[in-house]
Design a protein around this ligand. Structure first.
Ligand SMILES: Cc1cc2nc3c(=O)[nH]c(=O)nc-3n(C[C@H](O)[C@H](O)[C@H](O)COP(=O)(O)OP(=O)(O)OC[C@H]3O[C@@H](n4cnc5c(N)ncnc54)[C@H](O)[C@@H]3O)c2cc1C
Length: 482
């Protein structure tokens, strides 16, 4: 059997394993190396906080984009409507708890552990891969327990970068009981319910943390600070509209992902300005018909993997430097249930969002924090908080930090950082590129580390589609006769 090693068992590794086991006609012995206990959970779905929900509805989160009802069926067999009635928006779309979605992903991998239709198998080894080299066409993986394992094909699915740690936190002694530098892994327990909380950032993680605090009975004030004051937008009425959601027969996600790009993005070479002008015009046209901006934005966002590569490097850098925060708040929208919790608290005066520059934070001996703000109008202010939660986002400009394997692969020239500063270079079929720009036929990369190449392989829908799209090239690269 052809031996496939997948390094990283978050959504990306799980989705690749399941799609390959189902669709590659020859038998594959797939091993996923993942230190976490459960496959599919990764960074996003390891949480046990029931307040944290998916940021789009279940129809867009199947492990295999070509089988969009797979998750809906799982929800039915799990009787989700009884266990989590709060998951359903007014139009019936389900926004699952992230912990339930993690269970779905782990169940899905188990379902495919031995897949009779193709003879493939999926095995989980709870070990971190610390080394990788190639000899005579075969890969040799070095594992953290000192052992090695051979493979014919390797997939890097190492996922999200580490959370960004703003410099203002440097002055605070690490381990302060009321500081959360990485709240996704550290959780909210231990933050006094009457404390005044400073949340650094105003994106989806900030929204989650604010809702999480409120749901666990927080009574103190919560202030979320971000430089531009941008906040994730709401779902469109009614909740989410693939441009063709109302069509009959229903249009599936792949129809849209593989469908036409907007007319303004058809040229072979694009600029950020052209895209912005075209998008604004489409938004105006759509709004003139009484619909919301979402459909025009989604018409671009859903096909971005075919548009982003046509932006010259300088244009990509310009976008990442100037427009990324603006794009992100439209692209990563709020789960309606979480948004409702936070909006209620905002109206009650408990939660405030603020645009300000956080210049410094000092920790006092009494355990409080003093934050120094510079406001856009030149005013300075100093305020005291009882707790600080860092929600500054993930450090997409540093994919290697915290992952020695990736550092070693870069040093050895096996993978190349993208010159736009995000992730690593691949060909259109996700094969890693060598220093001569040639694709390696036995080393592939998917998911967030390919964001520099494809723009947005960040959400489950896009990652699953990436695996689907690159399936023919994957099959071509399998050893002959196996
Ligand atoms: C808080 C949060 C919420 C999100 N919510 C949504 C959402 O609602 N909907 C959506 O579509 N997307 C969401 N996303 C985007 C999410 O990142 C993707 O959906 C997807 O989970 C990415 O999966 P991944 O496997 O690429 O990365 P990760 O989840 O980061 O998983 C990578 C895995 O690789 C393992 N790994 C890394 N290095 C090694 C190594 N050397 N050896 C072995 N294992 C290794 C890690 O242990 C980790 O488990 C969210 C992201 C975050 C951070």
């Amino acid at each position: 059997m052809t031996r496939i090693a997948i390094i990283g068992g978050g959504f990306s590794g799980a989705s690749a394993a399941v799609q390959w086991a189902r669709k590659v006609p020859q038998p594959l012995a797939i091993t996923i190396f993942e230190p976490r206990a459960q496959l599919g959970h990764g960074l996003a779905y390891s949480t046990d906080n029931p307040t944290f929900r998916l940021n789009a509805h279940a129809g867009l989160h199947a492990i295999d984009v070509a089988d969009p009802n797979h998750l809906i069926h799982w929800c039915e067999t799990q009787r989700l409507s009884e266990h989590d009635p709060g998951a359903f928006a007014a139009n019936g779309q389900a926004f699952l708890r992230r912990q339930d979605y993690g269970r779905y992903l782990a169940d899905s991998v188990r379902e495919h552990a031995d897949w009779p239709a193709t003879g493939s198998s999926i095995t989980h080894r709870r070990l971190r891969v610390v080394d990788l080299h190639f000899a005579e066409g075969r890969a040799m993986l070095g594992l953290e327990d000192g052992s090695t394992q051979e493979a014919d094909q390797v997939l890097l699915a190492t996922g999200n970068p580490l959370p960004r740690r703003p410099e203002v936190l440097d002055a605070i002694t690490p381990g302060h009981p009321h500081l959360r530098t990485n709240p996704l892994s550290e959780g909210l327990d231990g933050i006094p319910t009457d404390s005044r909380v400073l949340v650094i950032g105003a994106g989806l993680t900030a929204l989650d943390m604010i809702a999480g605090l409120i749901e666990r009975g927080h009574e103190g004030a919560i202030v979320a600070v971000s430089r531009h004051g941008l906040r994730p937008r709401s779902q469109p009425p009614p909740v989410f509209a693939l441009p063709t959601a109302a069509a009959n027969p229903p249009v599936q996600p792949l129809d849209v992902l593989e469908g036409p790009v907007p007319a303004y993005a058809e040229d072979n070479v694009l600029t950020v300005h052209t895209l912005l002008r075209g998008l604004r015009r489409d938004i105006r046209n759509i709004e003139a018909t009484g619909r919301s901006w979402h459909a025009a934005f989604d018409a671009l966002a859903l096909v971005v993997s075919r548009i982003w590569p046509k932006l010259p490097l300088d244009e990509q850098r310009r976008f990442l430097r100037r427009l990324r925060p603006w794009y992100d708040v439209h692209r990563f929208r709020t789960p309606p249930m979480t948004e409702a919790v936070v909006l209620r608290a905002e109206r009650a005066g408990q939660v405030a969002y603020r645009a300000a520059l956080l210049k410094a934070i000092e920790g006092s001996e009494g355990g409080t924090f003093t934050a120094h703000f510079g406001h856009t109008k030149g005013r300075q202010a100093r305020e005291t908080f009882g707790a600080v939660i860092n929600c500054a986002g993930l450090d997409s400009g540093d994919t290697v930090a915290g992952n020695p394997l990736l550092g070693a692969l870069v040093d050895r020239g096996l993978i190349l950082p993208h010159p736009n500063g995000v992730g690593f270079l691949t060909d259109p079929s996700c094969r890693a590129l060598n220093a001569l720009g040639q694709p390696r036929h036995n080393l592939r990369i998917i998911g967030p580390p390919t964001a520099g190449v494809f723009g947005d392989p960040l959400g489950a829908l896009f990652i699953s589609a990436q695996v689907h799209r690159t399936l023919p090239a994957f099959m071509e690269d399998l050893p002959p006769g196996s």
